[in-house]
Design a protein around this ligand. Structure first.
Ligand SMILES: Nc1nc2c(c(=O)[nH]1)N[C@H]1C(S)=C(S)[C@@H](COP(=O)(O)O)O[C@H]1N2
Ligand SMILES: [Mo]
Length: 201
């Protein structure tokens, strides 16, 4: 059977070659990728908001966020620039525990993730409802490092990793879809890596 070089490496490392999405290669390191600078954050003034099409908008301090129920997921991450990393363990808060507090209106169908410095990414609300999506503050048992999004990032394993906003400060619920930062630059709106939805041009 024909295997690409990237698939042969996955096989040699003991994984099923099918686990690598089309056009990706496996890396053991965890590359750092973003536009702009790593922001400086003061946890004393930091907050996290859930707002928009909800019955009860929410603003949480760092301590309040950390007091919410937490959960762990293990995710494969796939960057549109073609690197994939298997089995990163993330800990954080699942959408259901935020949703139960804000109570989304029936009109809420899309979300915009708001990060520091105006970075945004857009998703259908179902992408956050998925069992493996998380608002994460730990990776592989340690607090996120500043360049991977400390103190908080989104993790949406079902999409290319640009949807997973680092330095997350809020989630806005919307009745309509609103393209985020990379999506406005021509990245694909859906970003399903199984279908190689990389760019919209
Ligand atoms: N705030 C912010 N989040 C971001 C980005 C960004 O530019 N700004 N880039 C995205 C992209 S393109 C990728 S691949 C991942 C990279 O995350 P990592 O640096 O932890 O690997 O972050 C995503 N989240
Ligand atoms: Mo990316």
């Amino acid at each position: 059977m024909f295997r690409t070089k990237a698939e042969k490496k996955v096989l040699e490392m003991g994984y099923a070659p099918e686990r690598l999405p089309p056009g990706q290669y496996l890396t053991e390191k965890w590359p750092v990728l973003h536009a702009g600078e790593v922001p400086t954050t003061d946890l004393a003034t930091w907050d996290f908001r859930v707002f928009g099409e909800v019955e009860q908008p929410l603003r949480l301090t760092w301590e309040e966020l950390r007091a919410l129920p937490d959960q762990e997921i293990v995710a494969d991450i796939h960057c549109v620039t073609r690197w994939s990393r298997f089995d990163t363990r993330f800990r954080g808060v699942h959408w259901r525990d935020l949703s139960e507090r804000v109570r989304p209106l029936p009109s809420a169908r899309y979300v915009v993730a708001h990060a520091e410095q105006g970075f945004t990414s857009n998703l259908p609300l179902e992408a956050l409802e998925a069992a493996d999506a998380l608002v994460a503050y730990e990776a592989d048992g340690e607090p996120l490092t500043p360049d991977h999004g400390w103190p908080l990032r989104l993790v949406v394993p079902s999409r290319y990793f640009w949807k997973s906003a680092k330095w997350l400060r809020g989630i806005e619920l919307l009745s309509h879809d609103q393209p985020g930062f990379w999506e406005r630059y021509g990245y694909h709106n859906e970003a399903d890596y199984r279908k190689e939805e990389r760019y919209s041009f």
